[in-house]
Design a protein around this ligand. Structure first.
Ligand code: SF4
Length: 92
């Protein structure tokens, strides 16, 4: 089974207007932010036409990779979603 097929079995409840991760505004993205567009397993980070790195938290599996890579440097904020929101894992 492909990882993508397994991820597809998870469900995600969007907390509208309250994303649990935000990218700090920037004009030129740092190498760290650019790396997130490659390392996020859920593909949440993209580089917009403006050059800025943006996040769509839909589908975030809370793996913590971006938190380790960028949060200590103030480039993103990261909090767990409110109870009941976010990823709902299907095991097995
Ligand atoms: Fe992507 Fe993991 Fe960060 Fe969620 S916690 S946005 S899945 S890298």
């Amino acid at each position: 089974v492909r990882v993508e097929d397994k991820l597809f079995q998870n469900r995600y409840l969007v907390d509208a207007g309250r994303p649990h991760i935000t990218v700090t505004p920037h004009t030129v993205p740092s190498p760290r932010l650019l790396a997130l567009t490659h390392v996020c397993p859920a593909g949440c980070y993209t580089q917009a036409d403006s050059g800025q790195v943006e996040i769509s938290t839909d589908g975030c599996v809370e793996c913590g990779t971006c938190r380790v890579v960028a949060e200590p440097y103030g480039e993103i904020t990261w909090n767990y979603p409110r109870g009941g929101f976010g990823v709902l894992f299907k095991f097995g």
